[in-house]
Design a protein around this ligand. Structure first.
Ligand SMILES: *Cc1c(COP(=O)(O)O)cnc(C)c1O
Length: 351
């Protein structure tokens, strides 16, 4: 607290990210990072960046990266916006597209950054409860609104909404923007990006942090109608016109282009997820159906906070949210096969 702060800052409640502990030898299953490193081609691209050029500003429009994303998804570069992680892209979206009179709609259980952006950009919002089995019911969203946003698969549940349901929502909500946050789509869903070519009110965001193993680089993007993209560019160019540094852009391009490595690592994570789900169920956990690189699970006989503390004592960190409806769940990131095995054997001793 300081008397130099604005009244607005006094009241700001920032987002609290998952812990990044400094201890070595932890099994870190708390922030949905990829257990595998980025593609070797990414490391090569970073090494080949001419370091003499670091004295020069990067391309303010990140053309090469936009081109790589556009080629990958068969859209035009005018459909693509890039930023420092999808969190920054989302910040610009809230600022540029959600400041309308009726409230923004999102689920009661979802990515906890959304209410933080609403506070920062003074956006009125209303949360709509997930169903009893933690699913999004599209009919709930077919009402007056200033925008709609949710992740697909949802976080922290991991549950996927079918693409035809997303299309039904977008089609029946022509007067405001629907944003689908696809941070985890590559681990088991089908992207809504092709729908952006038919619906000018749909914007899809993705990140290279999870499925492309670049959380430390900060690269994210949005795909949608050029008018939506132009709104984001206006905000970006009023705030930080050089968002991606040279190394991040080079790494991002190489990551998008190495399709084989991407497919291989995603498949390994999916295979491991299936094993973790089976293992947890054998221990008596209820596990929500996950299409992400994490699972959301609860045990009817054991308190989630106590399980998280017990795991931590053995060097395994998972995420526990003290939020109504989900306070008995643990969100567990899928790690390497040996990390997953360690998780399951520690849980076995706790149960
Ligand atoms: C991880 C995550 C993001 C943000 O990822 P960045 O690292 O900022 O690209 C956005 N939305 C959801 C739902 C996430 O889980």
């Amino acid at each position: 607290m300081s008397r130099y702060w604005s009244a607005f800052v006094h009241n700001l409640e920032p987002y609290v990210p998952g812990e990044q502990p400094k201890l070595a030898n932890l099994v870190k299953l708390n922030t949905n990072e990829n257990p595998y490193g980025p593609s070797p081609k990414v490391l090569e691209a970073i090494q080949q960046e001419n370091c003499d050029r670091l004295r020069l500003y990067p391309d303010p429009a990140s053309h090469e990266l936009k081109q790589a994303i556009a080629d990958y998804y068969k859209v035009n570069t005018a459909n693509v916006f890039v930023g420092n992680g999808s969190d920054e892209v989302l910040g610009h979206i809230f600022h540029a597209l959600f400041q309308h009179a009726p409230p923004l709609l999102f689920p009661d259980i979802t990515y906890s950054f959304y209410p933080v952006y609403c506070q920062l950009y003074k956006i009125d919002y209303q949360t709509l409860p997930l169903t009893a089995d933690f699913q999004i019911n599209v009919d709930d969203y077919l009402r007056d609104n200033g925008g709609i946003i949710f992740p697909n698969p949802n976080a922290p549940t991991g549950c996927l909404l079918a693409l035809n349901e997303i299309e039904r929502l977008v089609k029946n909500n022509p007067d405001s923007v629907v944003v689908i946050d696809e941070a985890y789509i590559d681990f088991g869903g089908e992207t809504a990006i092709p729908l952006t070519q038919r619906y000018p009110n749909l914007l899809v965001t993705q990140t290279l942090s999870k499925s492309r193993s670049l959380a430390g680089m900060r690269v994210g993007f949005a795909v949608g109608h050029p008018d939506l993209i132009e709104a984001l560019v206006r905000v970006k160019d009023s705030f930080n016109s050089y968002p991606l540094d040279r190394l991040a852009e080079a790494a991002g391009v190489a990551a998008i282009k190495d399709r084989a490595y991407f497919r291989q690592t995603c498949d390994k994570v999916i295979e491991s997820r299936n094993k973790v789900v089976t293992g947890l169920r054998e221990l008596g956990f209820e596990v929500l159906p996950s299409a992400a690189n994490f699972v959301f699970a609860r045990h009817l006989d054991y308190d989630a906070a106590e399980l998280a503390a017990g795991l931590r004592k053995e060097g395994v960190i998972v995420r526990h949210f003290t939020k109504r409806r989900i306070e008995q769940f643990l969100r567990i990131t899928i790690g390497t096969p040996s990390e997953n095995q360690h998780l399951l054997s520690v849980l076995d001793t706790l149960i």
